[in-house]
Design a protein around this ligand. Structure first.
Ligand SMILES: NC(=O)CC[C@H](N)C(=O)O
Length: 329
């Protein structure tokens, strides 16, 4: 299944591939809703959306691609990108490393050599990043992040207040992490303000279609392909995609690199964002999570899509360029 798929994709178009992959992943009803944030247990467990956006501005989608959900940990990739641009790579590296930890997303472990969180894709690292943005932008911090994420999506995003309040009143583990980071120096300012910013950013509402557009903005080195607005700096995007590739799927990152092979980030709201550099952004939404906290059906859809289109970064039959040709012809 190499050149054959390229011609099939060209013949039937990306929309048909997206619908086919959606149909194949749909029967997978495995996993459970996240309920440690009480409000997340209120969502409809059966929703399933898939969307793919190209760097030349097209969007193909299937199922519940316009259903809203909270971005949760997918925001960690974008917050890291913003922090790199605002503060520079050296300053950010002083506070959070770039090594895969192989630990669960909420693990309380720091690199013993440096006392920093291992990477910005786990909670500890993301809370340290929130501390940097908070210290830099003060009262403007949340609006700054919301504005950049909206620029990436190409539409104004907002925050789900109920989910924010639900996590802010129950998230004692994350609050504890923030104070540990304050004690080790990874956070130097107000730990409570840092974790509050983190909770707010996690509660930003998106759809699978929004995630696909945001991924296409990263794939397009920071410039939204539809609006032409530069959402992120080029160097920051390069670093962010690198860290997403090695750390974005927590303790599933190695398996993901082997089987799917594109930079990605998941969140306990049920979303997964994937980026095929210079070609595509991919967004899935299905809120039932596997034991590692990744969307079970989302993972299945990414496997199918990567296989169908040859998206793996080391796949000799990558057919993304052929697909983009579909739209140019
Ligand atoms: N993996 C996630 O999406 C976790 C995000 C969530 N807000 C938390 O900190 O627990």
């Amino acid at each position: 299944m190499t050149a054959g798929v390229a011609s099939e994709a060209s013949a039937y178009g990306l929309q048909a591939v997206v619908e086919e992959v959606h149909a194949r992943a749909l029967p997978d009803g495995s996993g459970h809703l996240a309920d440690y944030i009480p409000e997340l247990a209120q969502v409809s467990p059966d929703a399933f959306g898939l969307a793919v956006a190209t760097t030349d501005g097209h969007l193909c989608s299937a199922g519940d691609a316009d259903a809203p959900f909270t971005i949760q940990s997918i925001s960690k990739a974008f917050a890291y990108c913003i922090a790199l641009e605002l503060l520079g790579r050296d300053k950010v590296l002083e506070h959070v490393g770039v090594e895969p930890s192989g630990d669960a997303f909420n693990a309380i472990v720091f690199d013993p050599a440096t006392n920093r969180p291992y990477n910005p894709m786990v909670n500890a690292g993301a809370i340290a990043v929130a501390g940097l943005i908070q210290a830099h932008a003060g009262a403007e911090a949340f609006d700054l992040v919301l504005d950049r994420l909206s620029a990436a999506a190409g539409r104004p995003l907002d925050m789900d207040d109920a989910v924010y309040r639900s996590e802010a009143t129950t998230g004692h583990r994350n609050k504890g992490i923030a104070h540990l980071l304050r004690a080790t120096g990874a956070i130097r300012g107000d730990a409570d303000a840092a974790v509050d910013l983190y909770f707010r950013v996690c509660a930003i509402r998106v759809t699978a279609a929004n995630l696909a557009r945001m991924g296409a903005t990263l794939a397009n080195i920071g410039e939204n392909p539809v609006t032409g607005r530069a959402a992120f700096a080029v160097d920051a995007v390069r670093a962010t995609l690198s860290v997403m590739f090695t750390c974005g799927m927590y303790d599933y990152a190695g398996n993901w690199a082997l089987d799917v092979g594109v930079p990605a980030k998941s969140g306990v709201g049920g979303g997964i964002l994937g980026v095929v550099n210079r070609q595509l952004g991919i967004g899935t939404f299905s809120p039932r999570l596997d034991a590692k906290g990744n969307s079970a059906r989302g993972i299945r859809a990414f496997h199918e899509l990567a296989e169908e289109l040859g998206l793996h970064v080391f796949d000799p039959t990558n057919r993304g360029s052929a697909l983009l040709g579909v739209f140019r012809s």
